[in-house]
Write a protein that binds this ligand. Structure first.
Ligand code: 9G3
Length: 564
């Protein structure tokens, strides 16, 4: 392709709204352009790379036995009302009305659509297992779209759904697609980890997220320094066993703590460490108030609280409703003198605390020398805290380290959740009606492209793994104003094209510096430059990734390139 005809609007200046490399470089190199917050145009180079990511996914999904379909983005509200998600999904679900004033959702995901499709088309176990997938834009009205393609409001997703007569069959599909995902991300040149994840509102139990290691990732991975254990920090279990200090249990004492607000201020005033104080936080779990207690130096993991109650919604209670029921503000809450209607649960670490302090549920007062067995009525101890670096790995092998990750894939075992809600059943091999057992599997395609850039770039611009580069070769003619150079370059372009290379040919009448800058930005690995030695029949080869360069005679260029 001749660059003089291509739409590649590279920028000289840094795009100021970009906070991370992939956002900055994809804008600067003319791959994408923002239309609105979280909504992007893919320009020719961006589209070429996006299509290469899609095709790797397509090959591996087809190889795994999945069938490609295409479902609508316009989804009738009735489907979401039947599944119950029309009301539980808040502002993130984009909704619109048609000309007859009927409600629709813009497809954020397709469990409802695909389950209704298979419900209406498949009714015998003989047609199972069946896995379908699509590669299509999704719409989610993120509260804070940011980081360019990493968190957009319209983005390209591959979403697959598998249908089974039983869980054994689901397990097989899950494993097969898990392996397909590993091949997909390997072929995209990514350094990734499959981590044990939390299934959130999707129900089901097994679920894994595929995380690309990157400092700009929004997710935290807890991984073992001695085994291949890796989990999303949200769900990593804590197996630490706490030994009780042997000091004598002192008498419970109410102490004045005027004006303290934080755990640290209490610890400082009463002259003890954070770990000797009890942190008590009020949560609304669905519609009841729960007081969650942890050791002062630990963080409450709300996902673990949610899973303990199998609740739909878990959120922090407001100070006002807390005060109404417990009689004190956030700085003085504790598990003593708690009204009946408030359930008190505590993290396992609390059970081993001796002579601890806690809020007295009275502003400006705390209790000292609190000993759980004697002074507290905890309705349940559980693993409720976030795992921390240094904690034992949940597989008992090594200790936990943290890394940031970009979630590019997520595979779920859904079970019969959606089939039950949408009445999707089939006749099983005993002639009985049974709900489909389902799995669902997503890859953020545009997010994967951005994640590749995060792992492949340098200060001069983009770099691409050969599997994704927008072109095989970048051919630069530095003297596009000299007839004889143009003739040599044109012939070389035709020759390379004839050899099957997909060539980006910079034939523009621009200065050498502009051409080199743009070539560094665009990031095509193999660059062939026709410069001052053109008359002698020499071109300069440069590898954008390794920096290797050498003068090559045109007659041996083809052979040379096959070895790159
Ligand atoms: C919504 C909105 C946002 C959502 C969802 C629904 C995430 C939603 C989870 C999934 C599960 C799987 C198939 C592909 C793989 C992931 N955000 N999820 O269901 F209405 Cl606004 O999407 N779906």
């Amino acid at each position: 392709m001749r660059q003089s005809n291509m739409l590649i609007p590279t920028l000289r200046e840094e795009p100021k709204e970009a906070e991370i490399a992939s956002h900055r470089l994809l804008l600067k190199a003319g791959y994408i352009r923002k239309l609105a917050s979280g909504v992007y145009n893919f320009l020719p180079l961006g589209k070429k790379v996006l299509r290469k990511v899609e095709n790797i996914i397509r090959e591996e999904m087809d190889h795994a036995g999945a069938q490609e379909i295409q479902m609508p983005s316009l989804q009738p509200a009735e489907l979401w009302q039947t599944s119950g998600r029309w009301d539980t999904m808040g502002l993130e679900l984009m909704r619109l009305k048609d000309r007859h004033d009927r409600d629709f959702a813009l497809g954020a995901t397709h469990e409802e659509v695909v389950t209704s499709l298979i419900r209406d088309e498949v009714n015998s176990y003989k047609k199972l297992p069946l896995t379908v997938y699509q590669i299509q834009n999704k719409y989610r009205d993120e509260r804070r779209p940011r980081f360019g393609l990493l968190r957009g409001r319209e983005f390209l997703m591959k979403d697959a759904y598998s249908f089974h007569q039983d869980f054994e069959s689901l397990d097989e599909a899950y494993t097969r697609l898990y392996n397909a995902y590993s091949r997909i991300f390997e072929r995209c040149g990514l350094n990734f980890r499959a981590v044990i994840a939390d299934s959130g509102a999707m129900g089901g139990k097994d679920t894994h997220e595929f995380m690309v290691l990157s400092d700009v990732g929004e997710d935290t991975i807890a991984y073992s320094d001695k085994s291949d254990y890796a989990a999303n920090v949200e769900m990593a279990p804590v197996i630490t066993s706490y030994e009780k200090k042997t000091e004598e249990e002192l008498d419970l004492q109410k102490v004045e703590t005027p004006g303290v607000k934080t755990m640290q201020e209490v610890a400082d005033l009463l002259n003890h460490s954070l770990a000797e104080g009890m942190k008590a936080i009020t949560f609304k779990v669905d519609d009841k108030l729960v007081l969650v207690v942890t050791r002062g130096d630990h963080e409450i993991n709300d996902i673990k609280v949610k899973n303990l109650y199998e609740a739909e919604i878990v959120e922090l209670a407001s100070e006002q409703e807390t005060r109404e029921i417990l009689g004190a503000g956030f700085g003085s809450l504790g598990p003593i003198n708690v009204p009946e209607e408030v359930e008190v649960i505590a993290d396992n670490a609390v059970a081993s605390m001796v002579n601890a302090t806690c809020g007295a549920n009275e502003d400006g007062y705390h209790y000292a020398n609190v000993n759980p067995d004697r002074d507290l009525s905890i309705s349940q101890y559980a693993d409720l805290r976030f795992i921390e670096e240094g904690d034992l790995s949940p597989d008992g092998n090594g200790n936990i380290q943290f890394a940031k990750g970009i979630e590019v894939g997520h595979v779920f075992k859904l079970g019969t959740l959606y089939a039950d809600r949408l009445g999707a059943s089939f006749l099983n091999d005993q002639g009985k009606s049974a709900s489909f057992v389902m799995g669902c599997y997503g890859i953020g395609v545009s997010r994967t492209l951005a994640a590749v850039v995060e792992q492949y770039h340098d200060d001069k611009g983009l770099l691409w793994p050969d599997s994704l580069a927008p072109f095989d070769l970048h051919l630069l003619n530095l003297n596009a104003k000299k007839e004889d150079h143009v003739k040599i370059a044109d012939e070389l372009y035709e020759k390379l094209h004839g050899l099957g290379y997909d060539v980006l040919y910079d034939d523009r009448k621009e200065r050498a510096g502009v051409k080199f800058n743009d070539s560094d930005l665009i990031g095509v690995t193999h660059r062939v430059t026709l410069g001052k030695r053109a008359e002698e029949g020499y071109v300069e080869y440069k590898n954008r990734k390794t920096g290797f360069q050498d003068d090559i005679h045109i007659s041996s260029l083809a052979k040379f390139l096959t070895n790159q």
